[in-house]
Design a protein around this ligand. Structure first.
Ligand code: AMP
Length: 380
């Protein structure tokens, strides 16, 4: 099956070819015709499944037929849980929007940056991607009106609920017209999600994309048994000897992420920390540089584990383990995506061994184990 048989706008087919999207992913095959037919949709799918394009493409195909809007009214609202996801979804819209002869405009808004610039930029926007809190601020200051929204997308709805956005979501829903198309995406189908879908969706098409079994072998997992004080030298040893040019390192706290990045820099390895205590500007810039291949090591807390898509990331290193096995899966899911093989390496201190075994058991994963004592870490 090709994209041309799905009923998408001709303009989009050209960009898809340029972007080397040859065949639609399973979620796209099912979601695109359903959305174009005006149906509500419940998509159970993770980042990496191609879910973003599965709603971006049909939404843009329908946009030329949408009613013209009064100023500061938007046609499409995409709610997302994090700033990073807002930026990322915004980029996908921008990429595909550029080919339309009409001048459509999309904008991503999120907290942690000046609201004034966003207020000005909201002029003439058709598609708004927003985190809930900032959206409400903008509504309150009358910078945007939601009463003309014809399509609502809730992306990573499970995370939105986990982060406590339920009340904000309800307030936003109350501002939307009753008649609209609702598209909800979630990585899991929890009881809380059931609740929300019951309220929001009307006779939805359910699409469930099972975890890609073939994705797991793409990730080659390794674990190093290492004492806490040798983790630093081992990290530098791995980066140098494996000649890693782009690696995402995970720590479990902000302080640790700062320290690890600082130590790498001191040893001549270009690194930047990224976590909730850094400004939005610094985070966006670090991520951009990393994506562009201008930054060798990004040291992150779990803030980044979900939702962020970095193409062709060959290495992920767990400097410390996350508390939950779910976060572990999200972390290593950053690598080995889109048919490019990747390596996920975990540095396990003696006090983490039991926890690591629990994680592996839950994942039903097999991992090669190496004792760092056998390596010569002198000079690293
Ligand atoms: P997502 O799950 O939306 O974060 O998408 C994961 C990655 O897959 C992104 O890098 C997309 O650019 C890429 N992608 C999505 N759909 C396709 C497709 N049909 N063919 C090739 N790449 C795709």
């Amino acid at each position: 099956m090709s994209f041309s048989s799905l009923g998408l706008s001709e303009h989009l087919l050209e960009v898809l070819a340029e972007e080397n999207y040859q065949t639609p992913y399973p979620i796209q095959k099912e979601a695109i015709p359903a959305i174009l037919a005006g149906k509500d949709l419940l998509g159970i799918a993770k980042t990496g499944s191609g879910k973003t394009a599965s709603y971006v493409l049909p939404i843009l195909s329908m946009l030329p037929h949408a009613p013209r809007l009064r100023n500061r009214h938007v046609n499409v609202l995409v709610l997302v849980p994090t700033r990073e996801l807002a930026v990322q979804v915004g980029e996908v819209f921008r990429l595909f929007i550029s080919v339309f002869p009409q001048r459509f405009k999309s904008l991503a808004v999120y907290g942690g940056v000046s609201i004034n610039i966003q207020m000005q930029a909201l002029q003439g926007v058709n598609i708004l991607i927003a985190t809930p809190g900032r959206l409400l601020e903008l509504v309150e200051s009358k910078a945007v009106h939601l009463s003309s929204v014809t399509t609502l997308v809730l992306d990573e709805a499970d995370k939105m609920l986990n982060l406590g956005f339920r009340e904000e979501m309800n307030r936003i829903l109350a501002l939307l017209p009753e008649k609209r198309q609702n598209l909800l995406f979630s990585a899991t189908l929890s009881a809380a999600i059931h609740d929300v879908t019951d309220i929001i969706l009307h006779d939805p098409k359910l699409i469930k994309i099972e975890e890609k079994v073939e994705e797991i072998p793409l990730i080659n997992q390794m674990a190093y048994w290492v004492s806490e004080e040798k983790k630093g030298p081992l990290l530098r040893y791995l980066i140098q000897t494996k000649d890693m040019q782009q690696v995402l390192v995970f720590c479990s706290s902000v302080q640790k992420a700062n320290r690890v990045a600082e130590k790498l820099e001191k040893n001549g390895i270009q690194a930047t920390p990224i976590h909730s205590k850094r400004s939005q500007h610094a985070r966006t810039k670090a991520l951009q540089r990393f994506k562009a291949g201008e930054l060798r090591v990004l040291v992150a807390t779990d803030l980044l584990a979900r939702g962020i898509d970095i193409e062709f990331l060959p290495y992920v290193i767990n400097y410390e383990l996350p508390r939950s096995p779910k976060d572990f899966v999200h972390r290593i899911g950053r690598t080995g995506r889109a048919e490019s093989p990747g390596e996920a390496i975990s540095l396990i201190a003696p006090e983490e061994v039991t926890h690591f075994k629990v994680i592996l058991k839950k994942m039903k994963a097999w991992v090669d184990k190496i004792d760092a004592e056998e390596l010569d870490l002198q000079g690293y």
